[in-house]
Design a protein around this ligand. Structure first.
Ligand code: ADP
Ligand code: MG
Length: 268
């Protein structure tokens, strides 16, 4: 198969069992076909990317995968098990974790407490239960690890409003990591970050990959996609127009054409 062809529906990639399978998923809002027949396979220990112009359905697809957005049709499988009708809470318990395109931290909680919310979502981690936190300010190992990995040491007692935008985004990523994810979905996590901060997020994702984590990154920064992703999907008008090696996808005529005449800040 050429790198920019769309994988035939259901075709396995490399004989590895996917963590997540998206099978012909559609999400229509009235007449708007936000996601219009997407098929993807996300493999363990791989960083997958989605590029596509604004409005091409990237965030809606992440909403569908996490079951926050209702599917019009299609199937979702996690570890080979269908879950397209399961509630979002069940999907979260499978440790499908995400960050949102806009920062969603609780303003009245500190950095540590915000990240603890992620750890609280794991059923097997009670070290940092609300009561133990009240009496002893104990921090669960998952929180400590997430803080270390995202280099948030020193910021633990700050409130979100006291942090730069880039640091707030890191706290969101830390909260997602603290859930002990099996699948991590990052929707434009570096929006508002400078080049150095982007490189740090890319490095963090690559470390998580070496631990075997399956990840999906939505980003406009082409260089970051090339530096970070193993496999990139390109979307336009709710459909896949290319997939494969990041460099080849970015250069493919389909992708070039999709972005033609559109504002794509980092498009080289
Ligand atoms: P992207 O993340 O690629 O920029 P989105 O998934 O946010 O794109 O949006 C895809 C399309 O779906 C857009 O046309 C958007 O206006 C539309 N859309 C998204 N969410 C809704 C909704 N809740 N109701 C109606 N239309 C929506
Ligand atoms: Mg979006």
């Amino acid at each position: 198969m050429s790198a920019t062809d769309v994988t035939p529906q259901g075709a396995p990639r490399g004989g590895v069992r996917p963590v997540l399978e998206v099978d012909d998923v559609k999400v229509h809002f009235g007449g708007v076909k936000a996601v219009d027949g997407i098929t993807m396979q996300l493999l363990p220990g791989m960083i997958h990317g989605i590029i596509g112009p604004n409005g091409s359905g990237k965030s809606t697809l992440i909403g569908a995968i996490t079951r926050l957005t209702r599917l019009t049709s299609g199937r979702l499988l996690f570890d080979g098990e269908e879950y397209q009708t399961a509630p979002a809470s069940v999907v979260a318990r499978k440790r499908v974790s995400r960050t949102f395109q806009t920062v969603r931290l609780l303003p009245d909680l500190t950095v540590r407490e915000n990240i603890q919310l992620g750890a609280d979502a794991r059923s097997d981690d009670t070290t940092g239960s609300p009561i133990s936190r009240l009496i002893g300010k104990r921090v669960s190992p998952a929180v400590a690890e997430a803080i270390e990995r995202t280099e948030l040491g020193g910021f633990e007692d700050f409130y979100p409003s006291e942090l730069s935008y880039g640091t707030q985004r890191r706290v969101e990523i830390a909260r997602a990591i603290a859930t002990g994810p099996r699948l991590l979905l990052l929707d434009e996590p570096t929006a508002g970050m400078n080049q150095q901060e982007r490189a740090e997020i890319s490095a963090l994702m690559r470390t998580l990959r070496s631990d075997g984590l399956c990840q999906l990154l939505v980003e406009h920064d082409v260089q970051m996609m090339i530096d970070t992703c193993d496999h990139v999907y390109a979307m336009n008008f709710g459909r896949l127009i290319a997939e494969g090696d990041p460099r080849e996808v970015v250069r493919s005529p389909q992708v070039q054409e999709a972005y033609l005449g559109r504002k794509w800040r980092d498009h080289a």
